[in-house]
Design a protein around this ligand. Structure first.
Ligand code: PGA
Length: 249
């Protein structure tokens, strides 16, 4: 059985007070037991959030980390630091990191390896730009991103990797890929993983991301290969986040 995951990606939003308000508002909600609810908050808010959610099923995630253990890397946060703060997940290779901060597939690969070594669950993001889709290159681009990000990972480790397909043209634009388009690419990603790692491909969770909201989550989740969603804008409001997690009700 593949795990269903709804992960909110707050990006660079919410200070500690705002994060705590959100957390206190949702911590007593009855969340669907079939879905893992994850909040990926800014670093500053993660530790205080941990104390609010510690007796709940809500898991926390970071939005980035460095691949070195420690040392002279001004401004960076290590996997062990996240682990120490009680964090479970870490988003890696988000398109905004690739686009604005120069993250290459090779860097993303180093990060995925380090996250796995430190027992964090990486949410590896892949996705094509509008230009690439218009040139019908989406599969080529995604196959490359998947292969390069997973170099040097064992089959056993692969079981713990979550992948998120986020077409860049659908992020924060209100343009969602149709559920069928998303499903087609996610099935393609699963096939890539199968070629590299064999049958574990059937057990890993692959999420869709890009303008997911309570209004379209049901259709997205109804697709055969989609196991969850990585949600930006619509995960910033408590009631909307709870609705997304409880999309079946
Ligand atoms: P969005 O962002 O839901 O606001 O489109 C998704 C993401 O970037 O993870």
């Amino acid at each position: 059985m593949r795990k269903s995951i709804i992960a909110g990606n707050w990006k660079m939003n919410k200070n500690i007070e705002e994060a705590m308000l959100f957390a206190n508002e949702i911590k007593d909600s009855s969340f669907s037991k079939e879905v893992e609810a994850v909040i990926c908050a800014p670093f500053m808010a993660l530790y205080p959030l941990q104390s609010v959610f510690k007796d709940t099923t809500v898991k926390l995630g970071a939005q980035n980390m460095h691949y070195k253990d420690n040392g002279a890397y001004t401004g960076e946060i290590s996997a062990s630091m996240l682990k120490d703060a009680g964090i479970t997940y870490v988003i890696l290779g988000h398109s905004e990191r690739r686009q604005y901060f120069g993250e290459t597939d090779e860097i993303v690969n180093e990060k995925v390896k380090k996250a796995l070594e430190k027992e964090l669950i990486p949410i590896l993001c892949v996705g094509e730009t509008l230009e690439e889709r218009e040139a019908s290159k989406e599969k080529e681009v995604i196959a490359q991103q998947v292969q390069k990000a997973l170099v040097g990972i064992s089959e056993e480790e692969m079981k713990r990797v979550v992948i998120a397909y986020e077409p860049v043209w659908a992020i924060g634009t209100g343009k969602t890929a149709t559920s069928e388009q998303a499903n087609e690419i996610i099935a393609f990603i699963r096939m890539q993983v199968k070629e590299l790692f064999g049958e574990v491909s059937q057990d890993i969770s692959i999420l869709y991301g890009g303008s997911v909201k309570p209004e379209n989550i049901f259709d997205i989740m109804a697709q055969s290969d989609i196991d969850g969603a990585l949600v930006g804008g619509a995960a910033l409001k408590p009631e909307s986040f709870v609705k997304l997690v409880n999309y079946k009700e």
